[in-house]
Each structure stands twice: as C-alpha cells, then as structure tokens.
Design a protein around this ligand. Structure first.
Ligand code: FAD
Length: 401
C-alpha cells in the first residue's frame, strides 16, 4: 500500500511553514513529503531591505533548511523548479523530475515591471539573498568610485528607488541609515548624496492611513529623502530614469520596488492567473485541481468586505500554510471535508530605518520607537513559530529599543 506523495515547491514563508506544520502533525507517517527549494537555505523575504542597504548582514536573514526541518521526516531537495505538468502530476526540476499526489505551490513572486522598458535590464530588485547582496556591493562600489574620478560624477551618488509602497519605503529608510556611514568611510560630504523616491500614485504608501503616511514622509524627508510623488516612470536606460513629465534623473543605481506578480512558473503551468496569481478556492486549492494547493504570493484571495484582493504578505502566507497543512493532513487520512481559509489580519508595520517605524495594530496607529519594537517582535515571532526559542536567540532581533 503506497503512501501518497506530497511535494512542496518553494521554502519561503508559505512552503517552509507548511512543511513544519505537516511534521508537527506527524503527517510524514501517512505520506511521503518532499520540500523543493532553489537554495539549501530559507530566507526571510520581509527583512531583505536591510541587507540590501547593508544595515544587516544577509546571513542574519537566512538559515539552513536542514537546521529547522527534520530531513529524516521531510525529504529536502535543493533544486530549481523549471516546470509544473499538472495533467501528468509531475514537476520538472533542473536536475530531476518528481511525481506527486498532492502539490503545494509556494514559489513566491517576481518584480512587476508593468512592461516599462529597460527595467529588467537596468534596475535592481529586492527579491532574494542573491539580489540584495548585489545591491549592497553595488552601492558601496559607487562610493568607492566617486573619489577616484577626476571629474566628480554626481550620478554615482544618486540613488533612485522606484515605488514608494511598503518595500520602497522600508528600503529608503535603511538607506538613510547606511548612507551617513558610507559617507564617513569614503570621505564624502553627505550633502552630495541624493536618495530619490519616485512614486506613480498620488501618495506614498498608497492605501495606508494618511496620518501615518505623513509621519513617514516627514521623517524620511528630514533624513534627506526627496520624494517625487504622482510621477510615473516612462523608461529606464543605462544610467538614467526617464519620467513621464519629460524630466530625467541621472543615476547609476535604480532599485525597482513597484510591486510584485506571482511566479511565472504558475503562469506557464496553464493555471488561470491574474498577474501570475491564482484565485484559489476557499480551501486554498486551485480551481478544477483538487490535488494542487497554491499559497503565499502565488495565490490571490479576495477581501470580500471591499471586494478587492488582499495584498500579498508574509502574514497571509504563514496563515495559509497552517490551513494548507491541516487540509493535506485531512486528505491523506482519507477525509474529504476541508477547512476554509480565513485571513486574520493583525496589523501592518513598516520600518523607516533605525528605530523608526509606523503601523496599524488592529485599528490602533503606532509610531516611532514603539512601532519599531513591535516590528522586531513580529520578526521574532515568526522565528519562534518556525524554530522555537533557540532560533529566536540565534537569528532574532533582540535589541528591541
Ligand atoms: P517567499 O517567502 O518569497 O518564498 C519563495 C521561495 O521560493 C523562496 O525561498 C525562493 O528561493 C523559492 N523559489 C522561487 N522560485 C523557485 C524555483 N523556480 N525553484 C525552487 N525554489 C524557488 N509581508 C508582511 O507580511 N509584512 C512585512 O512587513 C513585509 N515586508 C516586506 C519587505 C520586503 C523588503 C519585501 C520584499 C516583502 C515584504 N513582505 C512583507 C511581503 C512578503 O515578504 C511576501 O508576501 C512573502 O515572502 C510571501 O511568501 P511566499 O512563501 O509566497 O514567498
């Protein structure tokens, strides 16, 4: 009597937490469970603005998968997913192929470029350990180069962040912390450095509470950030950002943070998608595919109160993992009644660099140092859920205030 095979694609918030919950529920006794990920480590995507700016080492945001998942109980394969063949229930990896009875897709997201020319070729993105290490090194290289040039090139010290949503604002906040250190290290006057946040929408942090947005913008402006709001970007070329109003900004560093779309592997698999995201059923399965669960940034769920999709967050990915693991456990035990996913949004906190942040917890607005401490508690809580106190002590943000 063969055990059913569960294959989990991606070890991000969604995939990692699904594997961890399945193990806790002893589902490995009833099923062969395999987790597949590109790297042998898991990283916390929500921390990546820090290593991107260079305010935190990237090793603090990642951990070896086998240090948190018991690989005697859950098989781990380090490989990249190339293709999902849902009709044949097969997944093609770079080095091998897997078949499944139940599939969990947690492959995360890709930057949304809205088809704007030159973004893919000339802009950086905050997506993975590899991508943020490159940004950090590049920024430092710009500083190192500046004093080397006979004729000083201002574009070396101009940093453009496209998109003033959550990721853009958090990254800009970290830059305001890092730039003074680099100025000191490379003997450069802080006044020579420009940090420009460009946003197409009529406000920074669209959709967020107005008072909090004002606090964030005032704080960042006081740290030298220039905002160009209501300013769509038309094109990115090598060393220059062309704005829709006809002006241009010369910059050697453009970081693209205008939002995300789901993994292109989900599109290519032939699921019906909206920007790479599948509108999943209430039990998190793909419509018409009772053997495929889709979670995290690849899944789209509607907030029925406002009839709009929930923004993709780690918070939702983690909660979905709990439901997904419960439903898989039920299926392998031969049950057909599955749990419905109900998001429980506890709040949102955005850091502004250093010990500054803004947020909403329930409907309470929080600012400044207390918001920053809450942000760190949220980061630590996730580590606790994944690996208990030892992981918090090893990787957590213990310096709350
Ligand atoms: P991810 O966590 O991105 O994981 C996807 C995994 O799949 C990765 O490990 C990747 O290596 C792997 N993978 C991808 N492609 C392949 C492939 N082809 N083969 C094998 N493996 C693959 N959300 C919040 O709730 N709160 C926040 O404060 C917050 N802040 C953020 C700050 C930043 C800078 C960013 C970028 C995002 C932030 N988010 C925040 C959003 C949050 O990070 C995402 O919604 C969340 O990571 C989604 O989880 P996921 O499991 O779908 O994908």
């Amino acid at each position: 009597n063969r055990k059913p095979k569960i294959v989990i694609l991606g070890a991000g918030y969604g995939g990692m937490m699904t594997a961890s919950r399945l193990k806790k529920a002893n589902a490995h006794q009833d099923a062969d469970i395999t987790l597949v990920n590109k790297h042998n480590y898991h990283y916390q995507t929500t921390w990546l603005h820090e290593p991107a700016a260079g305010t935190l080492h990237h090793d603090r945001t990642r951990m070896k998968i086998d240090s948190v998942i018991d690989t005697n109980k859950i098989q781990f394969i380090k490989d990249a997913v190339v293709k999902i063949n849902k009709e044949e229930k097969k997944v093609v990896l770079e080095k091998s192929e897997l078949d499944y009875d139940y599939l969990v897709i947690g492959l995360g997201s890709e930057p949304e470029t809205f088809g704007i020319p030159g973004v893919k070729e000339h802009a950086f993105s905050i997506r993975s350990v590899n991508s943020v290490r490159l940004i950090r090194e590049h920024i430092e290289y710009m500083f190192a180069n500046y004093n080397k040039q006979e004729e000083k090139q201002e574009d070396l010290l101009t940093f453009v962040v496209a998109g003033a949503g959550f990721t853009g604002i958090e990254f800009v906040g970290e830059l305001t912390e890092r730039i003074p250190e680099l100025c000191e290290e490379y003997d450069i006057d802080r006044k020579k450095v420009k940090i420009i946040s460009v946003e197409a929408a009529p406000t920074a942090l669209p959709g967020f509470d107005e008072e909090l947005v004002e606090y964030a913008m005032n704080h960042l402006e006081s740290k030298g950030v220039q905002f160009k709001i209501n300013t769509p970007i038309k094109e990115v070329q090598d060393g220059v950002v062309l704005l829709a109003d006809g002006t241009e900004i010369k910059s050697q560093t453009i970081v693209w943070t205008t939002g995300i779309r789901g993994s292109s592997i989900v599109d290519d698999a032939g699921f019906e998608t909206m920007r790479g995201r599948v509108k999943v059923e209430k039990d998190l399965r793909a419509p018409g595919h009772d053997d495929v669960f889709i979670i995290g940034d690849c899944a789209l769920i509607i907030n029925e109160e406002i009839n709009r999709p929930y923004p993709p967050t780690a918070q939702i990915a983690i909660q979905q993992a709990y439901t997904c693991a419960k439903n898989l456990k039920a299926l392998v035990a031969g049950k057909t009644e599955l749990e419905e996913f109900k998001p429980d949004i506890k709040g949102t906190v955005a850091s502004l660099g250093g010990k500054e942040a803004i947020g909403l917890v329930g409907d309470k607005k929080i600012y400044g140092h207390s918001a920053s401490a809450v942000k760190k508690l949220i980061d630590n809580r996730y580590l606790y859920m994944l690996g208990g106190m030892p992981l918090v002590l090893k990787k957590g943000k213990l310096n709350l205030f």
